[in-house]
Design a protein around this ligand. Structure first.
Ligand code: SF4
Length: 166
């Protein structure tokens, strides 16, 4: 029994290391490709504003990828990629567009709108559906790490998070 537990925890630790390595490779790749990223995104989304406003988006993508490398990439490979349909929690709530889950308002695609709210500039795109955003919130940890003021796991009380500075 002890032997089985040890091999299970060994497997888990190897998986953790592999995901951490994959996340690092992804982040390095994004940094390396940063100068061409507005063009790549423009092609992926068939949207030339990323080229027209190249300098603005270059600066935004720099911040975006930095924020992605601090946890969201690992979350993607651990919880989302080919997996999120199997996560068994039920979530309640309705988005109030605070922008917290958009990399704490550091997402390059986020657009401010009246009423101190934010909207996703690529909401209906395949890129968004394929990303972490398409599955948010996936579980209690997802809600907690962005202090989402709206969504909560069924059976638990919504949490009143302190207001985040803008
Ligand atoms: S943190 Fe919650 S309420 Fe805020 S934008 Fe994201 S889903 Fe909406």
């Amino acid at each position: 029994m002890i032997y089985v537990n040890q091999s299970v925890s060994g497997l888990r630790s190897r998986k953790r290391n592999a995901v951490a390595f994959l996340a690092k490779v992804f982040s390095w790749g994004c940094r390396l490709l940063l100068p061409v990223m507005p063009v790549v995104v423009a092609l992926l989304l068939l949207d030339r504003r990323f080229i027209v406003q190249y300098r603005d988006y270059l600066a935004k993508f720099r911040v975006h990828f930095e924020a992605l490398s601090r946890g969201p990439v690992e979350h993607y490979f651990n919880d989302v990629f080919f997996r999120f349909k199997h996560v068994p929690v039920t979530i309640h709530g309705e988005c109030v567009q605070c922008g917290n889950c958009c990399l704490n308002r550091q997402c390059a695609f986020l657009e401010p709108i009246p009423g101190d709210k934010y909207q996703c500039g690529i909401y209906g795109s395949h890129l968004r559906r394929f990303s972490n955003c398409g599955s948010f919130p996936l579980h209690a940890h997802d809600i907690a790490r962005y202090q989402c003021p709206s969504y909560f796991v069924a059976g638990e009380q919504p949490i009143a998070w302190p207001t985040k500075p803008k």
